[in-house]
Design a protein around this ligand. Structure first.
Ligand SMILES: [Zn+2]
Length: 489
C-alpha cells in the first residue's frame, strides 16, 4: 500500500512537472512572436490533415485548451468570448507540427570561396543558435533532432531556454558531438581513436543531458558498437551518416537510424574495405542496387528486423542535380547574410569548362527515391529532415517544407509525405502518444496553412500560424527577426 501511494504521488509530481514544462510563462522576447494565446482557441471550418496518412477531412473545428488538442469536431460557427479565440479558417488547412529528424543548428562556411568553387581549409561549421530555431519554428517545425552538434553546450542550453519559455524555437532532441573516427575532414568534430573513446563520449554527454547520438563517416565497427551499447544502456538512440560501416553492418551492430536515405550505403562499392570509407562514398552502391533486386530486399529485411529507421534528406541532394531545379525561395534568400547568399550563388554555378561530374546525380536521386519508397512499402519506418548544409541552399524551416514536396515528387501521396515528416518522427522518438498527429489529448503542435496541401503540396509553404503547445506563433515576425542573419549567428 505504502508503495502504491508513493507511486501515485510520484505520478502526480511527474504530471505537474510535465505540465509546467509544457506551459511555461513566456518571456517578453518570446511574446513578441506570439499571434494567438488564450486559454482556449477554436480553429473553425478548417481542413484537417491529421498526420496519420488518412485523407484530409473538410470543415472541422479543432479545439485547443490548456496547450492540448481538446476536440476535433464537425465545423460550426462560434463566437469569440472572454478567454476564447475563434479563428475562421475557411480555405485553410491544419496539419501536425513537423518533427524534423535531420535539422542542424549550424551553417557550413567555406573560407574564401571563389567563382571557380575553390575555397580554403578548414571548412568551418558555424553555430546558428539565434537564427536556426526561429527559422524552424516559422517553417512549422515544432520538434527537431539536431542530428550532430558542434557546440553541444549551446544546443543543450538553447533547448532548456526554449522549454523554459525564454527563447522562441521548437522542442529539441539534442544530439551529442559527432562520433567521428579518424582521419576526418571536419576539424570541429571529435576524432575517436578507439572504442573506449566512443564509450566515454557517449557517457560524458548523456550525463549532461544529450538525448541522442550520431555516428559519422570514418567511425570503425568496434567504435560504433561501443557507442551504441553505451547509448542503449542509457535508453538513448544512435543514428549515423556512415561510410566506413555499411548499412547492413550498422543494422547488425544495433544502430537505430541511418541518415541520407540510401545515398551513403557502401556495401556494394567495389573498393570497400572493412572499417574504411570507400572512394565513391556510396554512389556505386546506389547505382548497383536495384530496388527490386535481391540485395535491396535483403537489406530492407535486415533493417526492418532490427527496427532501423531511415531518414530521407532529399533537399540536401537536390542542388547536386544541377539545372532545371527550382531556385531557392526569395524568403529563404532574404534570411541569409549577404555572404551566405553570395556563397550560395557561387556554389550553384558550374563553369562550362569544368569536367562533367563522375556521377549522374539526377539518376542517383531517382534511384534513392525508388529505394526509399520500396523500403516504406516493405514496412520500414521512413523519417524526414532537410540537412541544412550542402551548398547553402537548404535553409532551416524552408528545407523542411521542401523535403515534404520532394517526397511527393518521389511518389508518395501528399498525406503520406506529411505523415513521414510528422507522425513517423514522433514514433521514432517514442513521443507519438503526445505529438505527431492531430488527435484529442495530444499536444497542440499544429501548422495552419492557406490552401490545401493534400491536393497541392506546395501549399505547405503557406504557413499562417504555428502552434506549439497551444500557443500560436507568427511566422512573418519570426522571419523578420532573422532577416539577413542566417550564416552569421
Ligand atoms: Zn547532416
Amino acid at each position: 500500500m505504502q508503495r502504491r501511494i508513493s507511486a501515485l504521488v510520484f505520478a502526480l509530481c511527474c504530471f505537474c512537472v510535465s505540465l509546467a514544462a509544457q506551459n511555461p510563462e513566456l518571456s517578453k522576447a518570446v511574446m513578441r512572436y506570439v499571434k494567438v494565446k488564450t486559454p482556449k482557441i477554436v480553429l473553425t471550418h478548417v481542413r484537417v490533415i491529421d498526420g496519420t496518412g488518412a485523407a484530409a477531412v473538410e470543415d472541422q473545428n479543432v479545439v485547443i485548451e490548456g496547450g492540448k488538442i481538446a476536440g476535433v469536431e464537425q465545423g460550426t460557427d462560434m463566437t469569440t468570448s472572454a478567454g476564447v479565440t475563434v479563428l475562421d479558417l475557411r480555405g485553410y488547412s491544419v496539419m501536425p507540427g513537423i518533427v524534423g529528424m535531420h535539422n542542424h543548428l549550424f551553417y557550413i562556411a567555406r573560407p574564401n570561396l571563389n567563382s571557380r568553387r575553390e575555397f580554403d581549409d578548414p571548412v568551418v561549421v558555424q553555430q546558428m543558435t539565434y537564427s536556426a530555431p526561429r527559422l524552424y519554428l516559422a517553417g512549422g517545425v515544432t520538434t527537431m533532432r539536431t542530428t550532430g552538434s558542434v557546440e553541444t553546450y549551446a544546443d543543450l542550453n538553447l533547448k532548456n531556454e526554449i522549454d523554459a519559455g525564454k527563447l522562441p524555437g521548437p522542442h529539441i532532441d539534442v544530439t551529442g558531438p559527432y562520433l567521428e573516427g579518424s582521419p576526418s575532414y571536419f576539424i570541429q568534430m571529435p576524432h575517436l581513436r578507439n572504442p573506449d573513446d566512443a564509450r566515454d563520449l557517449v557517457n560524458y554527454w548523456a550525463d549532461r543531458g544529450v538525448t541522442s547520438f550520431k555516428a559519422y563517416m570514418n567511425i570503425t565497427r568496434a567504435e560504433l558498437k561501443a557507442a551504441i551499447d553505451a547509448a542503449h544502456k542509457r535508453g538513448l538512440k544512435v543514428t549515423g551518416h556512415l561510410c566506413s560501416v555499411t548499412y547492413q553492418e550498422a543494422a547488425e551492430l544495433g544502430i537505430d537510424d541511418l541518415e541520407h536515405g540510401f545515398f551513403v550505403n557502401t556495401q556494394l562499392d567495389p573498393d570497400k574495405k572493412p572499417d574504411a570509407c570507400s572512394e565513391s562514398k556510396g554512389d556505386e552502391t546506389l547505382r548497383r542496387m536495384d530496388p527490386n533486386g535481391p540485395e535491396a530486399r535483403n537489406l530492407f529485411a535486415t533493417l526492418i528486423a532490427h527496427r532501423v529507421a531511415i531518414t530521407s534528406t532529399l533537399p540536401v541532394f537536390e542542388a547536386d542535380m544541377g539545372g532545371g531545379r527550382p531556385p531557392v525561395r526569395q524568403q529563404a534568400l532574404d534570411a541569409m547574410t549577404p555572404q551566405a547568399r553570395e556563397d550560395y550563388f557561387l556554389l550553384r554555378q558550374r563553369s562550362p569548362a569544368a569536367p562533367p561530374p563522375k556521377v549522374d546525380y539526377a539518376v542517383s536521386f531517382k534511384r534513392d527515391t525508388e529505394l526509399e519508397r520500396a523500403f516504406a512499402a516493405a514496412g520500414g519506418l521512413l523519417l524526414a529532415g532537410p540537412d541544412p548544409t550542402g551548398q547553402g541552399d537548404v535553409v532551416p524551416g524552408f528545407g523542411d517544407q521542401r523535403g515534404i514536396e520532394l517526397l511527393v515528387e518521389a511518389g508518395f501521396t501528399p498525406v503520406q509525405a506529411i505523415r513521414i515528416a510528422t507522425l513517423n518522427g514522433a514514433i521514432y522518438l517514442g513521443r507519438d502518444s503526445q505529438i505527431g498527429s492531430i488527435a484529442v489529448g495530444k499536444n497542440a503542435d499544429l501548422v495552419v496553412m492557406k490552401g490545401d496541401p493534400s491536393k497541392q503540396i506546395s501549399d505547405v509553404e503557406n504557413v499562417e500560424v504555428v502552434f506549439k503547445d497551444g500557443v500560436g506563433y507568427d511566422p512573418g515576425k519570426l522571419l523578420e527577426s532573422v532577416r539577413g542573419r542566417y550564416g552569421q549567428y
